[in-house]
Design a protein around this ligand. Sequence first.
Ligand code: FMN
Length: 203
Amino acid sequence: MTGNTEAVRVLAISGSLRQASSNSALVSAAVHVAPVGVEVSVYGELADVPPFNPDLDTNTAPIGVVRFRAALEACEAILICSPEYAHGVSGVLKNALDWIVTSGELMDKPIALINASGRATLAYASLRETLTTMSGRVIEDASVTIPLEGSRSRRRQHRAGRFFLPIAEGIARRAGSSCTSWCDTIATLLESLRNISVACGYF
Ligand SMILES: Cc1cc2nc3c(=O)[nH]c(=O)nc-3n(C[C@H](O)[C@H](O)[C@H](O)COP(=O)(O)O)c2cc1C
């Protein structure tokens, strides 16, 4: 927790580099819906992390790696949202994680896994295994599936939802069965962020 704001700092990482990425949209939404006491910032530099090479993992590691490690060091919890590619987690995300096996920034850190696809079960199982092996703590109560794939109208609703977030957050707090899908998304994200902050000892 930060000394000044007493907020839980959550670093949100999207495993997709695609401009219109649904995973990146979820990560951005998390910034907007973060409840009081939770500060979400997006790590958007995965493309700057070079291909993992143990020979380069020295005291003078590449700058992209230094920045990634520093961002992880500066947060209390992590939120990861990644696409599944060929039944595995995205290469850019796995590559970045390989760089921190030895430096250990995940050690005991609470992690929320947000799956933007109902179909992507294999990548998430593998990601869990990787993160757990690296001594990260995947928090089950904060790990959810928010299926965004498949429906153009649904994606449109999510885009529209961004403009109504302040209102939608209020509605989402009282989420009932009549909520639109973006309201459900916000409610689910809120719950995930609350649960990750509980895992950090907040609330
Ligand atoms: C090369 C490639 C391989 C993919 N493999 C899988 C897969 O194995 N399982 C799956 O559920 N989706 C797969 N997908 C679909 C993506 O996971 C899906 O489009 C996802 O929404 C992309 O995330 P993004 O919108 O954040 O970029 C694949 C897509 C691509 C381009």
